[in-house]
Design a protein around this ligand. Structure first.
Ligand code: KG4
Ligand code: ZN
Length: 335
């Protein structure tokens, strides 16, 4: 069989990314982060779309250049169809559609959350089926039962905010720029995780909730600032460590329960929050103690990236799963 060469584009939120892979091997994975949102404490959808339109051509050209592949050699073009921000998805989707049309090659639509899970198949070691994947990002928090490359079932999910949102909204309360997750992670390294206690949500089964924690942190800070206006500056490391500890405990608790209920001991994490050092540490420690085989993606494949879109598209190509050019972009999309 001849080589399968895929150009993939990811633009679901605030990162513009393009990747090229040959038979599932990544040749390039280029990213343009949008700094513009830092000052607003969150992604501003209209600004994100405009940045994607600015970045998409240079990012794709750079990914092609680094891969050493000529556009005439491409077998297919893949793109994130959803879920995500409508304007952002449209910018990447329309580019992908036009490129595929111009080259007269097939188009492959990719589900963003499925791609976060399949990021585990870019490099070794790779999990085998079935495995559990905790997919934690700025928009999602899910426990996925992965039965095959394209056969996944969400067995638990958040009923309100995502774990990444809990990090980012806490960071905003602490006057830190967006995205706050990596900064909380950084300050937490110097802090005491047991300095402050926050309420733990009592949610049924394998589902999550983070909105109560957010309110709890808000009221806690308001109360402390009343008696000491410099409370945040004076205790930043301890606050970050305690908040991070709460979020990671909630995630680990449900993950443990999922392994008990399913009997599956291959456990993976993915999505932006899987870059969190405390989550990675706790997964490894607990996993080793309880005989889990744990899988953590390389940093570049944790947060949004086109590499994960490319690998998913590769499996879809092998399954002859292409899409028509008229396929609509979808901001909301079931897995
Ligand atoms: O997967 P992702 O890049 O985008 C979405 O699909 O949402 O995830 C972004 C989220 C943000 O909420 C960001 O704060 C969080 O991942 N994040 C982290 C860390 N790195 C990124 N959260 C905690 N610790 C980190 N080190
Ligand atoms: Zn994502």
């Amino acid at each position: 069989m001849s080589e399968i060469i895929i150009l993939a584009i990811e633009s679901s939120c605030d990162d513009t990314s393009a990747a090229v892979c040959v038979n599932g091997k990544m040749l390039s994975n280029v990213m343009a982060n949008q700094k513009i949102h830092e000052q607003y404490g969150g992604v501003v959808p209209e600004l994100a779309s405009r940045e994607h339109v600015k970045n998409i051509i240079p990012v794709v050209f750079e990914a092609m250049k680094r891969s050493g592949i000529d556009k005439k050699e491409l077998s297919a073009v893949a793109f994130t169809r959803g879920p995500g921000l409508m304007g952002s998805l449209l910018a990447g989707g329309m580019f992908a559609k036009s490129f595929a049309q111009a080259l007269d090659i097939p188009l492959i639509d990719v589900h963003h959350m499925q791609a976060h899970v399949l990021a585990h198949f870019i490099d070794d070691p790779k999990p085998s089926f079935p495995f559990l994947c905790l997919t934690v990002s700025g928009g999602h928090t899910q426990i996925v039962l992965v039965k095959g490359y394209l056969n996944m079932e969400v067995i638990g999910q958040t009923l309100d905010d995502a774990a990444g949102e809990a990090f980012d909204k806490t960071a905003k309360l602490l006057n830190l720029p967006y995205p706050g997750g990596p900064l909380i992670d950084k300050f937490a390294r110097e802090g005491n995780p047991n300095a402050f206690k926050f309420s733990e949500p009592q949610i049924d089964h394998l589902n999550f909730s983070f909105s109560g924690l957010k309110t709890n942190i808000l009221y806690f800070l308001q109360k402390e600032i009343k008696s000491n206006p410099d409370f945040i500056q004076a205790h930043l490391n301890d606050i970050c460590a305690s908040v991070q500890n709460s979020i990671v405990s909630i995630l680990m608790k449900k993950l443990k329960r999922a392994t008990e209920e399913t009997g599956i001991k291959q456990v993976a994490i993915s999505g932006g929050v899987s870059a969190n050092s405390e989550l990675r540490k706790q997964l490894l420690i607990y996993g080793e103690k309880h005989g889990w085989e744990t899988y953590i993606p390389e940093f570049q494949y944790c947060t949004d990236n086109a590499g994960m879109i490319a690998i998913t598209a590769y499996f879809k190509y092998l399954a002859n799963d292409f899409c028509p050019i008229e396929i609509p972009i979808q901001a909301r999309m079931e897995m």
